[in-house]
Design a protein. Sequence first.
Length: 152
Amino acid sequence: MQRLANERVIVQLGLLIVAVALYASTFQQSFSASDLAQSPMFFPRIILTLWIGLAVIALVQTIRADETQPVIASWPRIAIVIVAALIYCNIIASEGFFLPSVVFALVCLPAFGIRNPLLVVPFAILVPGALVLLFNHTLGMPLPTSRFTYLF
């Protein structure tokens, strides 16, 4: 039971549950395209399938590890990340992708123990910025945009 009640297993299990829930939600969407490859859900389903596969592999590997992990000692840290994720998921559609992603990274990175501002601030800005640049401006698959500007 000690193997199943540590922080790594719970995090891996949470990632798996989120991926499965997101994958299941793609089947409730109705689109006009009859061919799967023309559906807007084609690319997300591929990504979610890979996410589920990697989450299962990571979960099995974590459970099989012989390392003795201490029980969860940081419930407040987990609570901060869960609350931040819930708020992030609820405001991303109305406030766009970039700004909530920056705030989410600025909250979660210190919660995970990465507190060096020379790492946190550039990471929080550059990663969402690179994703906006990639999806919105290169691939033509727009992420939600801010109500303040169409650029991000």
